[in-house]
Ligand binder design. Structure first.
Ligand SMILES: [Zn+2]
Length: 473
């Protein structure tokens, strides 16, 4: 494809670039450039190849914070203006590929390909796009680079399919100065749109009932698109259930029954292009527990619990997953089974704001929130918690006494936390990031730790607030 003007030489990841404000109007038009690519590999080897460059009609992101200074995400992309060699846009993100490569399947040497996209405001002139991944030491290394002429006829300028209604659920101001959350439904048939609208209202309420979103509600616009699926409900491959849905959401991602993602990147991107968005959330018409969330990609949740005693579960999942996809937060739990092996290396400090390997206790990344005199690691009755959590995991949902037993365990867990010396304090509590030892979390409890309606811990709250500030300047 001649879109790549190989004669233009741009130094990749050149330094000496000022992080001073980039003048949006000098470099960009008020619409989006989306670059779709294929991310292919096996464990230890990855390749990115270009699919297409796509024009989208709306840019909803900040016009001020064009350069990402947060340094979050497994991947990072940078856009350079070819004429001035100036970096004009950058963002950290994570991907399904980045998780998949930590699974057994990838370790066995089975090559796979995932469709991914990066989006940035539509450049006026030729740009170089570079994508980097963190290496084993946690430092970014460049794995892809291409030159894009925005005026080339190779850019796909088709209008997106727009026979769907866009609903303004909560409009607080201009998209450029707000976090624009776009909710899409999957597995809702045309006859189930009333239910979809009710579910959107329910989750919007759940989000803004939780701190720090509660206090920052005015910084968010919420949009929804009525997407009709042919079939009701998502795929459940492990149960032999396959359904044709608009977004392609499926349980059993990486063979983990409750992990629900979609691999149909271009399908949901084409639908989402109809509304302003910074963040995507797919609510999936199902009563089976599940969800997922990947930083700056999307989140998913199921929508209804099977039993009355579980009625709050979808609210928990919605907010927890949004913690991943919006806040860039890691999982603080360690006792539930996941499909990853060695998701975090104990040798490298995780990039997530709320998980630490505690290599340097004097300089732990949330040091400013720790009271003087708090020991690091911070002692707690881990063995007792582990026993209780094993009891919780052993509960059978078809046990006629399930509800009472679940409530009883929840009460005992709360009592256990409350009798800890460092209850309510920030420290470094061992057990986090899917491992019982060698990874630490900031507080005893958090929405990223227990399956409960627990508040976010102070470190997670701070990370979320920082992100809201970044979007709304
Ligand atoms: Zn937390």
């Amino acid at each position: 494809m001649r879109i790549f003007l190989s004669t233009i030489l741009v130094t990749v990841f050149s330094f000496g670039i000022s992080l001073a404000d980039i003048d949006f109007d000098r470099f960009f038009l008020e619409k989006t450039m989306r670059v779709d690519y294929f991310h292919t590999g096996i464990q230890g080897k990855e390749v990115i190849s270009l699919d297409q460059v796509r024009e989208e009609p709306i840019w909803a992101g900040s016009r001020v914070n064009l350069i990402d200074t947060l340094n979050l995400g497994k991947y990072f992309f940078k856009v350079f203006d070819a004429k001035t060699n100036q970096m004009i846009y950058s963002r950290g993100f994570s991907s399904i590929y980045g998780e998949w490569e930590t699974t057994d399947e990838a370790a066995k040497g089975i090559w796979r390909t995932f469709s991914e996209s990066v989006r940035f405001p539509y450049p006026k002139g030729t740009v170089q796009l570079a994508i980097a991944v963190r290496d084993e030491g946690g430092y970014y290394k460049n794995i892809f680079s291409t030159v894009i002429d925005p005026n080339s006829h190779y850019v796909n300028r088709e209008p997106p399919t727009s026979d769907m209604s866009v609903i303004s659920v909560q409009k607080m101001g201009e998209p450029a100065k707000k976090v624009d959350l776009l909710i899409l439904g999957d597995g809702y048939t045309r006859d189930e749109m009333g239910q979809f609208r009710k579910d959107v209202e329910r989750f919007t309420k759940a989000l803004f009932d939780t701190s720090p979103f509660k206090e920052r509600k005015k910084d968010f616009n919420v949009w929804a698109i009525e997407v009709a699926s042919q079939d009701s409900g998502p795929d459940q491959p492990h149960l032999g259930i396959f359904r044709n849905t608009a977004l392609g959401c499926s349980y059993n991602t990486f063979d983990s029954p409750r992990y629900m993602l979609t691999y149909e990147n271009k399908a949901f991107r084409e639908i989402a292009a109809n509304a302003p968005y910074d963040q995507l959330f797919f609510i999936v018409n199902s009563n089976q527990y599940g969800g997922g969330g990947i930083f700056n990609l999307y989140s998913t949740t199921f929508t209804r619990a099977e039993k009355e005693v579980q009625s709050w579960w979808p609210d928990y999942v919605f907010v927890h997953e949004f913690g991943h996809s919006f806040g860039g937060l890691g999982d603080e739990y360690y006792s539930s089974s996941v499909a990853y092996t060695d998701f975090y290396s104990s040798k490298v400090e995780p990039w997530e704001s709320n998980v630490t390997a505690l290599h340097d206790p004097d300089n732990v990344k949330w040091k400013d929130l720790i009271e003087e005199g708090t020991p690091l690691p911070t002692p707690w009755d881990k063995a007792e918690y582990d026993e209780l959590d094993a009891e919780r995991r052993a509960l059978e949902t078809d046990d006629p006494d399930y509800g009472r037993k679940l409530t009883e365990i929840t009460v005992r867990r709360e009592e256990l936390f409350q009798k800890q010396k460092y209850f309510g304090k920030v420290g470094a509590f061992e057990g986090s990031g899917y491992v019982s030892e060698g990874m630490y979390r900031p507080s005893l409890d958090c929405r990223m730790f227990t399956k409960s309606l627990a508040e976010f811990c102070p470190v997670c709250r701070q990370a979320i607030e920082r992100m809201i500030d970044f979007y709304t300047e």
